[in-house]
Design a protein around this ligand. Sequence first.
Ligand SMILES: Nc1ncnc2c1ncn2[C@@H]1O[C@H](COP(=O)(O)OP(=O)(O)OP(=O)(O)O)[C@@H](O)[C@H]1O
Length: 237
Amino acid sequence: MSESLLSVENLNAYYDKAHILQDVSFQVNPLERVAILGRNGMGKSTLFKSILGLEKIRREGDVYLNGHNVMNKETFETANLGVAYVPQGWQLFPSLSVDEHLQIAHTPHAGEHEWTPDSVYELFPEIKARKKVSGTKLSGGEQQMLAIARALVRNPWLILMDEPSEGISTFVIERVIEVCQHMAERNVSLLLVEQNLDLALRAAQKVYILVNGRIVYTTSTEDFKEDKESQIHYLGV
Ligand SMILES: Nc1ncnc2c1ncn2[C@@H]1O[C@H](COP(=O)(O)OP(=O)(O)OP(=O)(O)O)[C@@H](O)[C@H]1O
């Protein structure tokens, strides 16, 4: 067991016989913001799905959330331990309005900083103006804001965010970075997977590099910002 909020220990993941994640280990500590960086197809989304027990992925190893081993838990049980997910492509529902997405997801929380639909509307006034509109009728940027808002109203300890830069404008990317930077003030930690180096370096404090399903490099974002050689070597940027 570990004191970290999230501790992934020697995680291996397979789609049938394809061995995708190979002995992946890393931690997210309380109030920390961590980015996993890697090129296309390196296993970033598979990592999130393996942590959450989504899809038919065979898993070996251990994943501890708040000290509970979640490897044999159903996805809803893992979510109830205080993790929320912002999936790639947002996965919103055409039959639900913006407000219904938030009301359904809202999980009251007794602590000091409760996120409610009203408080996330203050954060994202753009979607407040479109409360009654179907979630999938929003622009890409608004859908990203709604997906983040939906994760926040679950009042999680940890948010897993899968490639938030995908399909949104630079203006919305700036909004996402700002929201990420202020999560710790509301007691929320962040684990982000990204290809967008600028977003990851500004939103996170610590970086893990994933290459072919293995964590090959760990550093602080401060050091990685200056390390152009490693950026080119691992990410080809
Ligand atoms: N459902 C699946 N069945 C079989 N193989 C899969 C499945 N999903 C992903 N893969 C394979 O697993 C590997 C890792 O994919 P994954 O989507 O996790 O990468 P990624 O780093 O998130 O890439 P991207 O940034 O393109 O989403 C790839 O080789 C991919 O083809």
